[in-house]
Design a protein around this ligand. Structure first.
Ligand SMILES: Nc1nc2c(c(=O)[nH]1)N[C@H]1C(S)=C(S)[C@@H](COP(=O)(O)O)O[C@H]1N2
Ligand SMILES: [Mo]
Length: 248
């Protein structure tokens, strides 16, 4: 699977972490060189938003008391497409297995997802490569709703998000049941744009963004933890941005 943004597996152990840090530093230096504020630049053929250093939300705290900007992060004005091997973006073709250790496993399609209770929220997201975006507006269905529907059995401790081409990400069940964790199908008031995992991705805003699986194909409830794609390639098993749980 090609993963150009986090290709630490290509470097020998020891050099891996330095290479990643150098990459992050290079990006930061680039961003510092760009003008502050909301600005979209052409870069490698893709448009992306750059640093918003003068944002009044910087330096404030979240309702839970933690700083709005986690340590070592820099604010961008819009999500940056981070790549990954795309799945089928078609809503008509989308199927998602809700399965694992539950009483009522099921497969849902897009129309079924839309008939479920919809949640719209603004969430901050934090990419391990060093960027954060505040207040991204998402719409979707809470994971807690799907867990209830599936009848998750006692003893289940983890959720594995499954995505196209074998990508997976593991999240502790307790955290996955929080009200801001969802299967998202809209971003910024529109269907998920092509690079951001349409038609449906998971959204786990309070963990690093690699936990938010694009091109979602399944939600699996498990008792024993199953480290996912990045978690088995040197990244932290949990990924809390405020503890800087970047590398395992
Ligand atoms: N299916 C899939 N989901 C994925 C990835 C991926 O490679 N494949 N990359 C992850 C990583 S490393 C990040 S940082 C975010 C990036 O999401 P974005 O491209 O919408 O910014 O998606 C995550 N979800
Ligand atoms: Mo990432």
């Amino acid at each position: 699977m090609k993963q150009p943004q986090h290709d630490r597996a290509l470097h020998p152990p020891g050099a891996q972490e330095r290479a990643e840090i150098e990459r992050i530093e290079a990006r930061r230096t680039f961003l510092k060189g760009a003008a502050a504020g909301t600005l979209v630049m052409a870069f490698g053929g893709a448009a992306f938003a750059v640093a918003a250093d003068d944002d009044p939300r910087l330096g404030t705290n979240r309702p839970d008391g933690r700083p709005r900007l986690p340590p070592g992060q820099r604010l961008l004005s819009a999500l940056r497409p981070m790549g990954g091997e795309p799945g089928d973006p078609s809503a008509a073709a989308w199927r998602c297995r809700i399965h694992g250790d539950c009483d009522r496993p099921t497969t849902i399609d897009f129309a079924t997802l839309l008939r479920m209770p919809q949640t719209s929220l603004r969430a901050d997201v934090h990419c391990v490569t060093g960027w954060t975006v505040f207040d991204a507006p998402w719409t979707g269905v809470r994971l807690s709703h799907l867990a209830e529907l599936a009848g998750v059995r006692p003893g289940v401790r983890h959720v594995v998000f499954e995505a196209a081409h074998g990508y997976t990400a593991n999240v502790p069940l307790r955290e996955a049941l929080r009200p801001n964790v969802m299967l998202a199908h809209r971003l910024n008031g529109a269907p998920l744009p092509r690079p951001h995992g349409p038609p449906v991705r998971s959204l786990v805003p309070d963990l690093y963004f690699w936990k938010s699986a694009k091109w979602l194909t399944g939600v699996r409830f498990v008792r024993a933890d199953e480290p996912g794609y990045w978690e088995t390639r040197g990244y932290h098993n949990h990924g809390d941005p405020w503890r800087e749980e970047r590398y395992g």
